[in-house]
Design a protein around this ligand. Structure first.
Ligand code: EPU
Length: 443
């Protein structure tokens, strides 16, 4: 049995919320880093495993808090979740019996809503908490609910819970989304795998993690296919079988390390990298003047020339895949603080995802935020150490990047947010030559 303790095991429970990163910046990162499996694939794959009573085995699973929490949520509803060795999880949904996903699960992790589709389609009913919102704004689930209704589900909302039923089995149908939604697409696709008849999902999100999920579903015996870039079609089957799958590598983690190498004027090789999955960021790198080259599953970033030639400014706009990922917007903003000139940032996916820039300002960044969707960054500005606070996962990783680039010592509170989605981030940066430590505030 692998070590099942939470990642911050070296902290006492009462210290977890007080965990801080302390970083002494200004050191060039050099060496190689291995990219982990993608959080946003692993969570959906584990949920998909409940579509069958047979055992499913996943490798290359990132050792992160969100995976651990989803494992707990699944165990609470009677699913067997084993963690036989690091980065390997086995899920057997044979005994799922509590078709109830409580508020505690939704409060800990919004992604627990991905259980709606698989539980409803396999068991014909589920009661699931409304996950509401988080620090990156209002996060409605109306599109998920509408998709289930398009497949014949009856859903009522009472006291913060969705009570969902499928009289008989769900029926295949046409799911038409008014806007692109990643988890909405996934929930609809998972539900359709065991529905009676044919389902067309359009426009379907195009994120690579969805194609990873499609590959796994096919291994389970599902008839599901992306028949056009933004269309997924599913022919429902009576039952699915257990399967094995290696989780696709994390393009957001990869992008984070690309920017880390750039802002520290370093030279870093990414191994096990999902090449071709973060081309929008690569394009920005080439516009600002960072040299990046890709092999089959390696990426080499060389920003040592930045000592002589400052980066060039660049306007960015987040978009659904294949556009620039909203999850890489914060990291890209750190890069733009080091670019000569004015850069404009437009966040089109989530409201409130620019709020974290006020923390970056404490480190010397010159940023204007005229409204929730727009920011202007003036560069280059030398960043300096400061005391800052993390509000959400991606902003947290980006404050680490800023601290690595800054002169002096930065203390970052709210470190636990980062462990939700990045495997051993401090160890990976240490191995690249950073000075970073995790400690409890006041220790
Ligand atoms: N939306 C609705 N109604 C819905 C669903 C979405 O209005 O029912 C809106 C959202 O509020 C947002 C837009 O549609 O404005 C797109 O949201 P989407 O549904 O695509 O996001 P998601 O599936 O909830 C996933 C990732 C996010 C990532 C987004 C966008 C997971 C678990 N989460 O969220 O990842 O930012 O897609 O790519 O897959 C992260 O990893 O830090 C993270 C937040």
């Amino acid at each position: 049995m692998a070590d099942a303790r939470p990642f911050h095991w070296e902290f006492k429970p009462e210290e977890v919320d007080r965990e801080v990163f302390r970083i002494e910046g200004g050191r060039r990162l050099e060496g190689s880093v291995r990219i982990s499996g993608a959080k946003n694939a692993a969570l959906k794959l584990m949920a998909a495993a409940t579509l069958t009573g047979e055992r499913c085995r996943f490798t290359n699973v990132p050792e992160i808090e969100d995976v651990r929490v989803l494992g707990e949520v699944l165990r609470d509803i009677g699913v067997t979740v084993d963690h036989p060795e690091p980065n390997v999880y086995e899920v057997a949904g044979g005994d799922a019996e509590w078709l109830f996903v409580p508020l505690e699960a939704a409060a800990k992790m919004r992604a627990s809503f991905i259980l709606l589709g698989p539980l409803l389609t396999r068991f014909g009913r589920v009661i699931i908490s409304n996950p509401g919102g988080d620090r990156i704004g209002r996060r409605p689930v109306n599109l998920h609910v509408d998709a289930m209704r398009a497949l014949g589900a009856e859903i009522e909302y009472r006291n913060g819970y969705y009570f969902a039923k499928a009289p008989g089995r769900l029926r295949g149908g046409r799911v038409t989304f008014p806007q692109i939604t990643v988890m909405g697409t996934e929930n609809a696709m998972l539900a359709a795998t065991l529905a009676v008849g044919h389902t067309i999902i359009e426009p379907a999100a195009q994120e690579p993690e969805i194609d990873d999920l499609i590959a796994f579903l096919q291994e389970m015996g599902a008839e599901v296919e992306r028949t056009a870039p933004n269309r997924i079609e599913v022919e429902g089957r009576r039952r699915l079988r257990g399967a094995q799958h290696a989780v696709v590598s994390d393009r957001i983690e990869a992008g984070t390390f690309v920017v880390a190498a750039a802002v520290t004027h370093g030279r870093v090789t990414l191994e096990n990298a999902p090449c071709g999955h973060f081309d929008a960021l690569m394009e920005i790198m080439s516009k600002v003047g960072v040299s990046v080259s890709s092999g089959k599953d390696t990426v080499e970033v060389d920003a040592t020339a930045a000592d002589l030639h400052p980066f060039k400014s660049c306007d960015i706009e987040t978009q659904p895949y294949p556009g620039l990922a909203t999850d890489l917007q914060p990291a890209t903003c750190v890069l733009l603080t080091q670019a000569a000139g004015v850069s404009h940032v437009t966040e089109t996916i989530f409201e409130d995802r620019l709020e974290w820039l006020s923390e970056l300002r404490r480190m010397g960044a010159q940023v204007e935020i005229p409204d929730q969707r727009h920011a202007t960054i003036h560069g280059p500005t030398p960043l300096h150490g400061a005391e800052v606070e993390i509000g959400d996962l991606r902003a947290g990783a980006s404050l680490i990047l800023a601290a690595l680039a800054a002169e002096g010592v930065t203390t970052i509170r709210g470190a636990h947010h980062v462990h939700r989605g990045y495997e051993k981030i401090d160890k990976k940066f240490l191995e690249l030559g950073a000075r970073i430590e995790r400690t409890a505030e006041g220790k």
